[in-house]
Design a protein around this ligand. Structure first.
Ligand code: ATP
Length: 775
């Protein structure tokens, strides 16, 4: 028995070595054959993945993910990329660009026999975290049969944890800011072996916002790598190619749909509707009410607008599930929203352009653009969230009358077929009064409305294309009213030099932060340890002047507004001041709710100068106590039987007074009467006070008894006789300790304990407490 076993043990390692060697030889042969097949490969007429010269591992992944026939861009780019050519790929939205770069990526590493010890072999850069996650998911699916290690570097996680992980990975999918952070901070983060670089949504990654970050990343990468650039709206800039060390003569420019009559998917129907700015929200609400069963994406130009729409529409209940997505949300919330929307059948997602590129939500029926996109490319990316691959979709763009001509021209130039429609009068629904009521009731909503107003105005002002975006023509007052605001916050521009400085400063911050999704106007608090309320956070924001102005209006006098012109750091080049409203005296009563503009003459000015105001001052303005010192002493009135008010010590007519006798006597009589009345009232007051004391005592005892009971149950749980996380079990367990003793027990233990039945209702408990107190 032992002999053969010994022989086996001796033979096994040799056998294993032989097997390994054989496998390696086989793999090498496969790879050589594959390289030959690629060299000989003629892509003409090839339409399926099965015909491509790719490894069996990638073929398995594609088959298991149900990808069989290639799309146009895949057919055009994969064969070339397999041969090692640099690619600049452009194809319509939803046409399958992700596979067009992931298949060559896997194959490059495979043919280079990449192992864990070779370090990073391929890097995919995406402009947003959401898109990076999505690319990573597709990579996991089609790369399932390979043995490469892959990871996501998108921020939102502990840098150290991420750093430890990425040094062992072969493929990284990342956002630019976080990637650079790792490259800069991690000594020995080896990129020298990198074989392939992919830029998805390349035009966005190469544009101004990411310029510095990308240039810095590229510096870390070896020059002799392969580079693949993909987008629906591609860059052809030679300067951009030079930045990536690509030579225009060597790189292949592939435009899968250049000859097509439109640059958007053919199964996408596109409409625009002329809507004055103050009517946009009404129209959108009407639209949602009539599309309750649809899956809708609504794009707005800023996160503030998105939040305002979400918070208000949620209260107005259009009848469709609402979600929101923007860069100021925490990473977990962003992932949760994208997943939830992807799974939804009917829902409306309010979002910023964070969702404009690349995201592949299944079955989106409508893309609504509430705010005009900054350019035609952004329009194309936004509408591309519907009608993906071979499904149908519809898109609706709201255009203000002043934007119509410019928008039409821009879209026509980009070959976007769009049709003008009008909204049926019967489908319009005004929500202005509802929004005003919401702003009136809820200061946070009013604050959001002010922020939404400012960010919209800002977005129009900073647009480059002045033929479309005409700031001077904005109907600001009506727009503010449409958001529910009592009036438009004033917008004041800084000198061009200062605004330039601020702009540059913010850009600097942007690139320094290495966080492309960083919130645009939140000030990071230094006070890490203190507990901060939502109001604290509201005041910490740089644009707080908008809010403090709101409170200021409650207490400020007319003159103070002159001091309220403050620079608005948040918006870079604008300053905001609250407008003085001419108000009738009746509005003074509204001040206490914070909604009306005050009759400021009655109250001395509390100088709260917008952003310069300290939080304490602003809070003081809120405090009722602070207000009290500006009020005169209260006057108590007595009402006679006819309902006429009289002061307590009312002056009488002198003659009338003398008729009743000598002044001194009258005074003495009055004092006696008053003392008598005081004594009587005192008796009543004392009785009331006693009653209150007893009531207080009774309630305190009641609370103590309940606490005692709770403690008992806890003890019970700790004893292990009851499951603390299973209330049902504990209750039906029946073995619970009680805070009172039962009849038999009392007799046995303490002779002087009163016999009490366990109270079953609050009344019984109250009676029991009273009886205990009276004892
Ligand atoms: N060959 C294929 N066969 C079937 N479905 C495919 C194929 N290629 C891609 N798809 C599907 O088409 C959809 C769009 O693909 P993908 O997200 O890659 O498009 P895209 O061109 O990158 O879009 P965008 O420009 O918006 O980023 C996805 O749901 C994907 O699964």
């Amino acid at each position: 028995m032992s002999g053969p076993r010994h022989r086996n043990q001796k033979q096994q390692p040799t056998k294993r070595v032989n097997e390994k060697q054989l496998r390696r030889e086989r793999d090498l042969k496969d790879m050589q054959e594959l390289a030959q097949q690629i060299a000989d490969f003629d892509p003409k007429g090839v339409t399926s993945f099965g015909e491509l010269p790719i490894s069996k591992f990638t073929a398995i992944g594609l088959k298991k993910s149900h990808f069989t026939t290639m799309t146009d861009i895949q057919m055009a780019s994969i064969p070339l990329a397999l041969k090692g050519t640099d690619i600049l790929g452009a194809a319509k939205t939803g046409s399958g660009k992700t596979l067009a770069f992931l298949v060559p990526l896997l194959e490059t590493l495979y043919r280079n026999q990449w192992t864990q010890h070779d370090g990073l072999g391929a890097l995919v850069i995406s402009p947003t975290r959401e898109l990076a996650i999505q690319i990573f998911d597709v990579l996991r699916k089609i790369g399932r049969a390979h043995s490469f290690s892959a990871g996501l570097v998108i921020g939102g996680k502990d840098v150290q944890v991420e750093r430890d992980r990425i040094s062992r990975l072969n493929i990284l999918v990342c956002t630019p800011g976080r990637m650079l952070q790792h490259m800069d901070q991690a000594a020995g983060f080896e990129m020298g072996n990198l074989k392939l670089l992919v830029l998805d949504e390349a035009d966005r990654i190469l544009d101004m916002g990411f310029r510095k970050t990308i240039d810095a990343i590229i510096q870390h990468l070896p020059k002799n790598r392969q580079t693949l650039l993909f987008s629906a709206t591609q860059t052809k800039s030679v300067a951009d190619l030079a930045r990536l060390s690509l030579s225009p003569s060597a790189a292949e420019y592939i435009s899968a749909h250049e000859a097509a009559s439109s640059s958007t998917p053919t199964n996408l129907q596109q409409y625009y509707v002329i809507t004055p700015l103050p009517e946009k929200l009404d129209s959108l609400f009407g639209f949602l009410k009539t599309h309750l069963k649809a899956k809708i994406l609504v794009f707005a130009s800023s996160s503030k607008q998105v939040r305002f729409m979400f918070e208000t529409f949620k209260t107005l209940h259009p009848g469709i599930p609402l979600m929101h997505l923007h860069g100021r949300q925490k990473q977990t919330a962003r992932i949760e929203v994208t997943d939830r929307f992807a799974e939804s059948r009917n829902a409306c997602l309010f979002c910023t352009d964070i969702a404009a590129r690349g995201l592949d939500f299944p079955s989106v029926e409508w893309v609504v653009q509430l705010d005009t996109p900054e350019d035609a490319d952004t329009y194309i990316h936004r509408v591309g969230r519907t009608a993906r691959f071979d499904s149908a979709g519809r898109a609706l763009l709201f255009v203000t009358p002043s934007e119509e001509k410019g928008v039409q021209a821009r879209l026509e130039a980009k070959k976007v077929p769009i049709e003008k429609i009008t909204i049926k009068e019967s489908k319009k629904r005004s929500i202005r009064a509802d929004l005003q009521a919401l702003c009136f009731k809820n200061p946070e909503i009013k604050y959001l409305a002010q922020k939404a107003f400012i960010s919209y105005c800002k977005s129009i002002f900073i647009q480059k294309d002045k033929t479309v975006f005409k700031f001077a023509e904005l109907p600001v007052e009506e727009f503010a009213e449409s958001l529910g605001l009592p009036g438009a916050p004033n917008i004041k521009f800084l000198s061009s030099q200062k605004s330039k400085l601020l702009k540059n400063a913010s850009k600097q911050n942007f690139s320094d932060s290495h966080n492309e999704d960083a919130s645009e106007d939140e000030v990071k608090s230094n006070a890490k340890d203190t507990v901060r309320t939502k109001y604290d956070r509201m005041f910490e924001r740089q644009n707080q002047n908008v809010l403090s102005q709101h409170y200021l209006n409650m207490v400020n006098d007319e003159n103070a507004t002159a001091r309220n012109v403050v620079e608005d750091d948040d918006d870079g080049f604008m300053s905001v001041k609250r407008r003085d409203h001419e108000l009738s005296d009746s509005s003074a009563s509204e001040d206490e709710t914070g909604q009306g503009e005050s009759d400021r003459r009655s109250v001395p000015a509390l100088a709260i100068d917008g952003a310069h105001a300290s939080r304490r001052q602003a809070k003081a303005a809120l405090s009722k106590k602070a207000m009290l010192k500006y009020k005169s002493n209260p006057t108590k009135l007595l009402f006679d039987d006819d309902g006429n008010p009289h002061a307590i010590y009312e002056f009488k007519d002198e003659e009338d007074f003398r008729k009743h006798g000598e002044a001194e006597e009258q005074k003495a009589e009055f004092i006696i009467r008053a003392e008598q009345r005081m004594r009587e009232v005192d008796v009543v007051d004392k009785a009331i006070a006693k009653e209150k004391r007893q009531e207080k005592k009774r309630k305190r005892r009641e609370r103590e008894l309940l606490t005692e009971e709770d403690n008992m149950s806890e003890e019970y749980d700790e004893d292990g006789s009851g499951g603390s996380d299973n209330d049902d079990l504990r209750i039906s367990g029946g073995k619970r300790k009680k805070w009172f003793e039962e009849e038999g027990q009392a007799k046995r233990s303490h002779a002087n304990v009163i016999k009490i039945a366990q109270p079953t209702s609050l009344d019984e408990l109250e009676a029991l407490s009273l009886s205990l107190l009276n004892k």
